[in-house]
Design a protein around this ligand. Structure first.
Ligand code: TXE
Length: 490
């Protein structure tokens, strides 16, 4: 084992190197430097982690819910204690600005606290069967061993949306962050250990999806897989889990429409369109990547958005002057560039961006500027496929019906925005849009207490809210006869 390699696998309460000694370099996307070298698990490590989770399940699932809630609160306290350091790690790993990383930590703290509260107040449901001698109760029990697979855009946040409810529900688990961004999850698992989470309850595996993620999913001892990532990966995970009849929850991104009517408040609309798509350089599953705007204001809105987009200062996320960071990897920048080339070849009109920055200070990082394509239509792949980069496409409408039709014309259905000064219309359009979240005169906000997830190809199941806890629970009906007698059938 070479010096400086982090034993980044946490299995049955101990930090380990990979069984075969494999390692992976973690790259800072702002300058291409190596920030860490971590253990890279193989299938044997994956199997060991699942076994550890299985062994820990009987005792963890039997703990009092108050104890599990207390554990979630302790982890939240420790996250706040180490907020600055973990935010720095997240920025080094993902490239996002320090401010965004700090907000992510505050968000995950609220998620731990929410599930601590919710688990503690959940009660059995009594069913009236019309016979006073019968006590019929529906109780909730943890589903079992969970595999939690997260992507690289919000590494800490997305793994915590899974870990917090799974812990609160009494499940044991194996977490696998993206191989591109493992560092904040390592920090989180350290804190969980410090908080007193028992050995085997929360195991951590690092490694590629193809080798180690697939091995985790294709394991008969796993009761549930919760995955956030790309749509085709999600489909293959669902297929791999099917023979084991494991429960599968999928969050698979989106191609999110942002509908702007002519009567919308102008300044907040311009601001929301720009922030909605260019925050975190577009690497957001709910990014407002499709601007669908009323024809009468379209030229003016596009001009205003382009002017604002050109002022966005991108740079190293550790630099307080940076408003957004780089793309996460060189491979991802290649993908985004290929989509820009595709958009041009499809006839979309490039209004700004579309070329790597020329500033030598940015040359070593994976930066890409805000890019706007006008005159787009639904026949273009740039409009229908998730680019996951800082690319805004513009379509136009002339009636409310057409706006709704365009907004729903996607195989995805994660999130949508509608901006209008007419409250009745806002309600009509919000109800008509087939998306898991609809923001009215707002964009990109969420709360731990409300469900998050997608219609259509954006996935199934929900994270956050009460349903986000129910995903990790089985329901059991207990029928008790307090006055047993003969049935008298035979
Ligand atoms: O994601 P993958 P990638 C979209 C976005 C992006 C595209 C591909 O469009 O460009 O997906 O990104 C693990 N079995 N989103 O390649 O492959 C993998 O190791 C088990 C949307 O990074 O889906 C990582 O931990 N696990 C999105 C996680 O899955 C597997 C966020 C995500 O990787 C696996 C990120 C397998 N066979 C990307 N293959 C969102 N919904 O927010 C991969 N993994």
């Amino acid at each position: 084992m070479s010096d400086g390699v982090q034993p980044a696998l946490f299995i049955d309460g101990t930090w380990r190197h990979a069984a075969d000694g494999a390692t992976r370099e973690v790259i800072n996307p702002a300058d291409g430097s190596v920030v860490a070298v971590v253990a890279e698990a193989g299938p044997a490590d994956a199997a060991a982690a699942v076994s550890a989770a299985r062994a820990a399940f009987p005792s963890w699932s039997a703990t009092a819910v108050a104890e599990r809630a207390e554990m979630c609160n302790r982890i939240a306290d420790l996250l706040l204690r180490d907020r600055d350091e973990i935010a720095r790690i997240e920025t080094l790993d993902t490239g996002k600005t320090l401010r965004e990383s700090q907000i992510d930590i505050d968000d995950v703290v609220s998620v731990f606290r929410f599930y601590a509260r919710l688990a503690a107040v959940q009660s059995d449901r009594l069913v009236d069967v019309g016979n006073p001698a019968i006590v019929s109760r529906v109780v909730r029990e943890p589903i079992g061993v969970c595999v939690l697979i997260a992507p690289w855009n919000y590494p800490l946040l997305q793994i915590v949306w899974k870990i917090a409810p799974a812990l609160a529900a009494g499940c044991t688990m194996v977490a696998k962050p993206s191989e591109v961004t493992p560092l904040s999850t390592i920090a989180l698992v350290r804190l969980a250990h410090e908080a007193g989470v028992p050995a085997g309850v929360l195991n951590l595996i690092q490694g590629s999806g193809a080798a180690v993620g697939a091995a985790l999913v294709d394991n008969a001892d796993v009761d549930m897989v919760s995955f956030t990532g790309g749509a085709s990966t999600g489909a293959s995970i669902a297929a791999a889990a099917a023979p084991h009849v494991s429960r599968v929850a999928l969050e698979l991104g989106g191609k999110n429409p942002h509908l702007v009517f002519a009567d919308a408040d102008w300044d907040s609309a311009v601001d929301a369109v720009v922030t909605g798509v260019f925050l975190h350089s577009g690497q957001v599953c709910s990014s407002g990547t499709r601007l669908i705007v009323e024809e009468s204001i379209a030229d003016d809105l596009v001009a205003a958005v382009v002017a604002r987009a050109e002022k966005i200062r991108f740079g190293n996320g550790l630099d307080p002057a940076s408003q957004t960071g780089p793309l996460v990897s060189t491979a991802h920048r290649d993908k985004v560039e290929a989509y820009v080339a595709l958009g041009i070849s499809e006839g979309a009109v490039l209004m700004t961006g579309g070329q790597r920055p020329t500033d030598p200070a940015l040359a070593a990082g994976y930066f890409y500027p805000p890019t706007v394509f006008d005159r787009c239509d639904r026949g273009m792949r740039i409009v229908t496929e998730e680019t996951f980069g800082p690319i805004l496409t513009v379509e136009r409408f002339t009636s409310e019906e057409q706006a709704i039709e365009l907004g729903n014309d996607t195989t995805y259905g994660l999130a949508a925005g509608v901006r209008t000064g007419d409250t009745a219309r806002a309600e009509r359009v919000a109800r008509a849009l087939r998306h898991g979240t609809v923001w009215v005169n707002d964009f990109g906000v969420y709360t731990a207490a409300a469900e998050w997830g997608g219609f259509g190809r954006s996935g199934n199941g929900r994270e956050l809210g009460p349903t986000g806890l129910a995903e990790y629970q089985e329901l059991k009906h207990i029928w008790t006869n307090t006055a047993p007698g003969e049935v008298g059938w035979f």
